[in-house]
Design a protein around this ligand. Structure first.
Ligand SMILES: Nc1nc2c(ncn2[C@@H]2O[C@H](COP(=O)(O)OP(=O)(O)OP(=O)(O)O)[C@@H](O)[C@H]2O)c(=O)[nH]1
Ligand SMILES: [Mg+2]
Length: 304
């Protein structure tokens, strides 16, 4: 991880802010600080693998513990002494992530699973696109360069059906939905106004980003098999929760501050048009097409 001094608002490599219009080149430190949130419930056998692979661009790692009854915390602290551990507030992965998001201090927040199915070594790719002007970057297993060595036929079909629904509902062109390797700019957290407690939080993040007209990119990711241990996901129960989340969003979610802002924008003359225009990535040398040899392309989508 990079030096703690980066918290002081003195972005490495650009103290005078002279190069602020340029996204960092491969291998350079990001200008923003990065918090990595790892929800973990009984992942003692896997957490060491994950924490041993944290790239230098990450400034803090927060493990949100779901009342693990195995040696998850001991293994995690032994592997990464600088780790922050916070207990989750409420049940489920969604509650754990929301707890972690509130505890995060970084400019960028990345969420990753603790079971070894996602490689932290992909994180710089996500940060690159955040630094290039996107608000939210989500991993996709089903775009060019991505893949899954784990997904079952049933889960693939469920993901595909729910994804199709999202793409129709929001006129988006996403290629993956139920996947939890996501990074976003911390300043969009209020606008996402997350409320989910279970696995459906991944869908809630995506849908609310689209509704808010955020600049969303997909980057290819490789899903590995969980290294060992038991899945916490129940395909039918959690698929049903995802579907309920989609329908709730469609029918008008309970309004929080962000919801009111979204509704106001939609009600204003040309509101959605204005939102869609705002959703375009900021100008820059790298706007999501192929970004150079061996760097995977990002797909760009926006809300209506
Ligand atoms: N803190 C916390 N973490 C959780 C909870 N439920 C799941 N997790 C973590 O969330 C991540 C994803 O859960 P998994 O059980 O791997 O779900 P999955 O990836 O859909 O299932 P597999 O493909 O079988 O791995 C893992 O790091 C879990 O340890 C929870 O209630 N609290
Ligand atoms: Mg998993």
């Amino acid at each position: 991880m990079t030096a703690a001094g980066r918290w002081a608002g003195d972005p490495a490599g650009d103290p005078a802010g002279e190069e602020s219009a340029r996204p960092p080149r491969a291998g350079e430190s990001p200008r923003g600080t990065v918090s990595l949130i790892v929800p973990a419930r009984n992942e003692a056998a896997n957490i060491g693998w994950v924490l041993n692979r944290i790239p230098d661009c990450v400034d803090e790692v927060i493990l949100v513990d779901g009342e693990s009854t195995d040696a998850t915390l001991e293994m995690a602290r032994a592997t990464l002494p600088s780790l922050r551990v916070v207990p989750q507030q409420g049940p489920g992965k969604g509650s754990a992530l929301r707890t972690g998001f509130l505890a995060a201090k970084g400019d960028y927040i990345v969420m990753i699973d603790a079971d070894g199915s996602m490689s932290p070594r992909e994180i710089p790719r996500y940060i690159h696109f955040l630094e290039s002007g996107f608000d939210l970057v989500k991993g996709s297993r089903f775009t060019g360069g991505g893949g899954s060595l784990d997904i079952t036929t049933l889960r693939r079909m469920g993901n595909r059906g729910l994804l199709a629904l999202v793409n129709v509902m929001y006129q988006s062109t996403l290629t993956d939905l139920c996947y939890g390797f996501v990074a976003f700019n911390r300043n969009v957290l209020d606008r996402l106004d997350l409320q989910s407690s279970g696995f459906e939080i991944e869908t809630e993040i995506t849908v609310r980003a689209l509704l808010a007209g955020l600049r969303v990119a997909e980057v290819p990711t490789l899903e590995l098999p969980r290294r060992t241990g038991q899945s916490n996901l129940r395909t039918f129960r959690d698929g049903h929760r995802v579907l309920r989340t989609l329908l709730r969003e469609r029918n008008g979610r309970p309004l929080g501050r962000a919801g009111e802002a979204d509704r106001d924008a939609a009600a204003a003359p040309g509101g959605r048009t204005r939102t869609a225009a705002a959703a375009r990535p900021r100008p820059g040398p790298d706007r999501g097409g192929r970004t150079g040899t061996r760097r995977p392309a990002a797909r760009v989508t926006t809300g209506r």
